[in-house]
Design a protein around this ligand. Structure first.
Ligand code: NAD
Ligand code: ZN
Length: 361
């Protein structure tokens, strides 16, 4: 399956398939990137997978020289310090402006390798090869960056890749928790714009145990939602805010947990609370709010905030940059497959949070 993303720096393809790693040589040729040095940037866990070994083997056919730079796995390493090490690694190998980076891994690798690609010698071409389900989301849209001690994703850029290549066979080594965290974003995309996808997931929850060929359609449908939104609003001025559904509450809960909750787990809780905000306003039918919680729960995700201190969670939300005196900007679901941007009063958030926490819905 092939999608296309428009960006200020030209359109780029998104390929989704079981076994898509075998298309990498052809893709690099098509992009005019064959015969260059290729730096495969990854983390040390992904480096050890058979997937990465096979991918490296495949790119050796078209690269002038192929080398791997790996850093320790985990969001704590998505830092300027790691970026500096990668710059040194590239320099040692004589990596030049025309050469190519392949970002092979989850969202951490994608964000960090993309950031290095954006900044090394004022920018080199790179290709995203996501290997987690969650990265079906992060690999599209060109947002790259690193964390600072003060917070996540505080330094970065918009820097689109030359292509995104999603091989669903990479997903077979994910554990159940990584899988359900990724499913939260798949379900989010269904809520934003794909009612049919949502119904499919209600009928047949997607576990990581099936045949990778069977994931292709679902992953591609979720990616298409993100692609369509990004194509209409690359720089997050208006429409792209719909992608934040579940994230306003979700980010605050994730921070409050000290990142013991996974991103997708926090987003799942956020989606339920935000659905209840919408239902209390009469924007979303109560039945659809129940469906949202049920489908998340069936995919192994938490649906109730485990923290009683709603005031602390609200304070974390209040420091978010998208809030003005008219209220806080939320993307709220108004139906399965539709989201609207609304101003919400803190008190509505408080009431919905408590209602969900106490299990009234
Ligand atoms: P991750 O990259 O840390 O991957 C999670 C874990 O899975 C890591 O330990 C990794 O080594 C391991 N892993 C990766 N692929 C594997 C595989 N195929 N088999 C087995 N293990 C594998 O995290 P993530 O959940 O993919 O992404 C989270 C990151 O994405 C965060 O840093 C977040 O800020 C970022 N993000 C960015 C955007 C964006 O638009 N740029 C959007 C959402 C999230
Ligand atoms: Zn997210």
């Amino acid at each position: 399956i092939r999608l296309e993303v428009q960006s200020s720096q030209g359109a780029y393809p998104v390929l989704v398939d079981a076994g898509a790693r075998r298309f990498v040589p052809g893709l690099l040729q098509e992009l005019g990137l064959a015969g260059r040095k290729i730096a495969l940037i990854t983390d040390e866990i992904v480096q050890r997978t058979a997937f990465t070994e096979e991918l490296a083997g495949a790119v050796r056919e078209v690269g002038r020289e192929v080398f791997v730079l790996a850093f320790p796995a985990g969001d704590a390493h998505k830092s300027l310090a790691t970026a500096v090490e990668l710059y040194h690694g590239l320099l040692r190998r004589g990596f030049r402006r025309g050469d190519v980076i392949l970002a092979v891994g989850g969202g951490v690798v994608g964000d960090l390798a993309g950031f290095v690609a954006a900044t090394y010698m004022r920018g080199v071409p790179y290709v995203q090869v996501p290997t987690t389900l969650l990265a079906h989301d992060s690999a599209i849209g060109g947002k790259v960056g690193v964390n600072l001690e003060e917070g996540k994703n505080l330094v970065g850029a918009f820097y689109p890749p030359r292509a995104v290549l999603f091989d669903t066979e990479a997903l077979c080594t994910l554990d159940a928790r990584q899988w359900s965290n990724g499913m939260a974003e798949v379900i989010k995309h269904a809520i934003i714009a794909d009612e049919i996808l949502f119904e499919q997931l209600e009928a047949n929850p997607l576990t990581g145990l099936g045949d990778p060929a069977a994931f292709v359609d679902i992953v591609a449908r979720a990616m298409r939602v993100k692609v369509d939104v990004v194509n209409r609003d690359e720089r997050e001025t208006g429409l792209r805010q719909v992608l934040n559904v579940g994230h306003t509450v979700g980010h605050a809960v994730e921070q409050y947990s000290g990142y013991t909750l996974g991103h997708g787990e926090a987003v799942a809780i956020g989606l339920v609370v935000e659905a209840v905000i919408a239902a209390r306003r009469g924007l979303l039918s109560p039945a659809d709010a129940v469906r949202i919680a049920a489908v998340l729960e069936r995919h192994g995700l938490p649906i109730r905030p485990p923290y009683a201190d709603v005031e602390a969670v609200l304070r974390l939300m209040a420091v978010d940059k998208k809030h003005t005196h008219e209220g806080w900007t939320f993307a709220l679901p108004t139906a399965i497959g539709r989201v609207e941007i609304c101003k919400v009063q803190p008190d509505e958030v408080r009431q919905a949070y408590e209602e969900v926490r106490e299990g009234h819905r």
